[in-house]
Design a protein around this ligand. Structure first.
Ligand code: URP
Ligand code: ZN
Ligand code: ZN
Length: 458
């Protein structure tokens, strides 16, 4: 059974027009005006509403084993929360343990992800360098549909790599026409500051932020850019949070280096006063890099508008305050790093970006869907409203309002870092692979309906 969306204002990264969209067998099959309903077709009246391409979140961690626990949303609940908020595909990170066979880790991720309700792809994290690593990277690109690799300059002694390993990853990726993505923080300096603060008896959540100040991110971003320049490898910097990193990316782009930057709603909308909440509550916002002092947020908005930053992802990686985050109640170094975000990315960006006068509708679509699809080799199948694209669509009611709360969200976690945030605009219907999976507040997802998307870069 197909779907006919009637009379919506169709908005893509470049176009805006009123029209109808027909979806048949999971694909967009016709776009026009006054399209007639075919027999058996479900009609969605989108008059007065927008029709956007489904959101693509290229930075999520579902059921990630990390810091002695596992992130709280699995692939089913996490992708379902995404659908409830208009995100219809994700790219998760396969993260092997140090010394683990990358192909074994990939097989384990495929097992976990098979229960996704919407489509998914993977980046491969290279967490160590050994005799087989280059071959595994080649297999990822040539046989597994994974042309992007993740490196962590932080998390030393766990999943982090040193510069020698990072250079090998970049050289190998360059030869494979693959893209290296990087978590940029000066890992050794973080450890030194953590140890110093703990020795001074500073154990609470706010010291997490003080152990990872912005200059450490700025330095690592600059270093990664320099290494990418020397190896002639393009670079994608994940979760950019601060002025220093933005300036490094802007300078690289100005001299013609291909460097992409991503940020997340929490870095645009929160400041480090979140760590001053009473007791242990600030632990909910312990993530790396941390939420920054006031001032950095406006620089990030500026960078989105100017194109220095091109993607808004979430780094969705939730941990419960009770039972997970509290592993670190006497030692901030043991608080699992990460927070939930996938459900509210579109609503927050629409509210603060579009309604806040900071972004136009095309920038909103580009930042939350189209650009990531292009950078990571999923366009036009994802991120577009064109005949032949996957029928992943959001019907967006601009008049609706909402309030974010852990009591009502679909994330499987006991807190929200955006608790009580008021939002404007919401999905009235979300179509995933040609099926309505969310409508008027009700999720109708199907465990396992998501498909693995193989990618290749142009
Ligand atoms: O704190 C975070 N960001 N947790 C997830 C892992 C990562 O660094 O992206
Ligand atoms: Zn990271
Ligand atoms: Zn991450």
């Amino acid at each position: 059974m197909g779907i006919l969306i009637k009379n919506g204002t169709i908005v893509t990264a470049i176009d805006k027009y009123v029209g109808d969209v027909r979806c048949t067998e999971g694909k967009i099959t016709e776009i026009g005006t006054d399209l007639e309903k075919s027999s058996g077709e479900e009609v969605i009246d989108a008059s007065g509403q927008y029709v956007f391409p489904g959101g693509l979140d290229p930075h999520v961690h579902m059921e990630l084993p990390f810091m002695g626990t596992i992130s709280a949303d699995d692939f089913e609940t996490g992708t379902a929360a995404g659908v409830a908020g208009g995100t219809t595909s994700i790219i998760d990170f396969v993260i092997p343990a140090r010394d683990e066979d990358l192909m074994d880790a990939l097989a384990a991720w495929h097992d976990k992800a098979a229960k996704s309700v919407s489509d998914y792809a993977f980046h491969m994290a290279v967490t160590w360098w050994g005799d087989q690593t280059a071959d595994w990277m080649r297999t990822c690109v040539e046989e597994k549909g994974i042309p992007s690799f993740k490196t962590f300059m932080a998390y030393r002694g766990a999943i982090g790599v040193d510069d020698v390993e990072l250079i090998e990853v970049m050289k190998t990726a360059r030869a494979l026409n693959a893209l290296v993505t990087v978590h940029a923080e000066h890992g050794d300096m973080v450890v030194a500051l953590q140890d110093q603060l703990m020795a001074e008896g500073k154990t609470g959540p706010k010291y997490h932020a003080l152990s990872r100040p912005a200059p450490l991110e700025g330095e690592a971003t600059s270093r990664a850019i320099m290494l990418a320049r020397m190896t002639k490898e393009p670079l994608y910097v994940v979760h950019v949070t601060c002025v220093q990193a933005v300036e490094a990316i802007a300078a690289a782009r100005a001299r013609g280096q291909l460097v992409h930057g991503e940020t997340c709603p929490q870095y645009l909308l929160l400041d480090d006063s979140i760590y001053d909440q009473p007791g242990f509550a600030g632990a909910a916002a312990v993530m790396s890099p941390p939420i920054r002092p006031k001032g950095h947020q406006e620089a990030l908005w500026h960078a989105l508008r100017s194109g220095t930053l091109e993607v808004v992802a979430t780094d969705h990686c939730p941990f419960n305050l009770h039972g997970q985050k509290d592993m670190g109640k006497d030692d901030f170094r043991r608080i699992p790093n990460g927070a939930a975000g996938i459900e509210h990315r579109l609503a927050l960006m629409y509210t603060a970006g579009v309604m806040g006068g900071r972004l136009n509708l095309h920038q909103f679509v580009d930042l939350t869907s189209t650009r990531a699809a292009k950078i990571f080799g999923m366009y036009p199948r994802k991120g577009s409203i064109t005949v032949g694209a996957d029928a992943d669509l959001v019907v967006w009611d601009p008049a609706a309002t909402g309030t974010i709360s852990a009591k009502t969200h679909h994330h499987k976690v006991d807190t929200s870092i955006f608790e009580n945030f008021e939002t404007r605009g919401t999905c009235s219907s979300v179509i995933v692979n040609g099926r309505v999976q969310y409508s008027d507040g009700n999720l109708k997802v199907e465990r396992g309906a998501g498909r693995y998307v193989e990618r290749s870069l142009p």
